[in-house]
Design a protein around this ligand. Sequence first.
Ligand code: FAD
Ligand code: NAP
Length: 351
Amino acid sequence: MSLSSVIPHADLTTMNTLALPSQAAYFASVDSVAQLQETLKWWKSQRTSLPVMALGGGSNLVLAGDIQRLVIKVDIQGREEVQEDDQFVWLRIGAGENWHDLVRHCMDFHLWGLENLALIPGNVGAAPIQNIGAYGVELCELFAELTAVEISSGVSVTFDRDACHFGYRDSVFKQRLRDRYIITSVTLKLRKEADLCWHYPALQQYFAERETEPETPLDIFAAVCEVRRSKLPNPAEIANAGSFFKNPVISDAQYQQLQQRYPDMVAYPQAGGKVKLAAGWLIDQAGWRGRQQGAVGVHERQALVLTHDGCGTGADLLALADDIKSDIYERYGVELEIEPRVYLGRPNAAE
Ligand code: FAD
Ligand code: NAP
């Protein structure tokens, strides 16, 4: 091995917000598309069977062991206005830019649409992977296109919105094209005119308590930041990966049965006659909130967030997640799905 930017046995413990102990077999940080392509070309020339993994801010990962991969930290910076018309500005952002810094930048320049997505940890390049969403807004609503380098060929390609197959916390990059591309830039289509979205109960309550209504996206931005700071543990203080489970979407028939047994169950109707349940409510009602299991636990204010005290492992966390999943299934007949990407520490394990 001899590309100087590739380091063997790199410690990833401080590079994942769950602070799980883990080493990468090989690690490289790239700050341009050319450097990424050069690294991939060199890796291919090594004829190794170890796969490649992209890393952003490490806030949506469970590292359960040492990672037998070349981990590439995508550190490509830059923000550029690429197009403008009467209503919109198209902004191209490097994949390594911090997400919340981007949201703040857009607020400063009165480019609207991202205000509900304030304070989501991580980097721009990971945002399309699970189509990040919060408080009634999803990335796909502001998304124009992205560029990505194919890992096997090193070729850079463009994906428009249709090609990304965005869904609820989902995209083609979590499904058919998983581990096939490294995203290098994302272009967003941001509004010049505000379109305020504050129907989520937490935001309604925020403004009701202050006997006011939001007038600009800056009011929404401030509200989202304050509500999030009051409810969610800061990963810098308590290691976590945000919501550990996706909200399950079930059939209306199943919901009607559950609703008879649990009239207070929190649920939201979805398109196509489905119903979204609040996974946090299910876990809370089952008595898991605040429970500690060795070095890992369920956060005391937010049952959807699993935490790690810094002395455990990914296996401890996955054991807790399994216990919660089994309990919820037994009680409600509802299957919970883990939201962060789980890396089991073996290259070909079913992750
Ligand atoms: P990472 O954790 O580094 O990576 C996640 C996955 O994406 C990995 O599989 C990785 O290989 C892949 N990936 C990363 N970068 C690239 C790239 N450039 N190209 C290809 N693949 C890549 N999510 C929400 O949707 N809404 C929220 O409100 C929200 N709140 C959160 C709150 C907290 C406190 C925390 C800790 C997490 C929260 N999350 C939320 C989850 C997380 O912040 C987002 O999913 C975020 O987009 C992950 O970004 P990252 O850079 O940290 O990705
Ligand atoms: P919350 O406001 O207490 O709401 C609980 C759940 O109910 C949320 O998961 C949300 O679903 C759903 N919900 C609330 N109002 C809704 C409405 N009007 N229509 C449809 N669904 C509704 O949630 P919270 O935990 O404090 O989080 C606030 C927001 O930040 C949520 O959007 C959440 O997704 C997001 N968040 C995400 C993560 C993550 O890691 N993925 C972490 C923290 C916060 P949705 O989750 O589908 O929005």
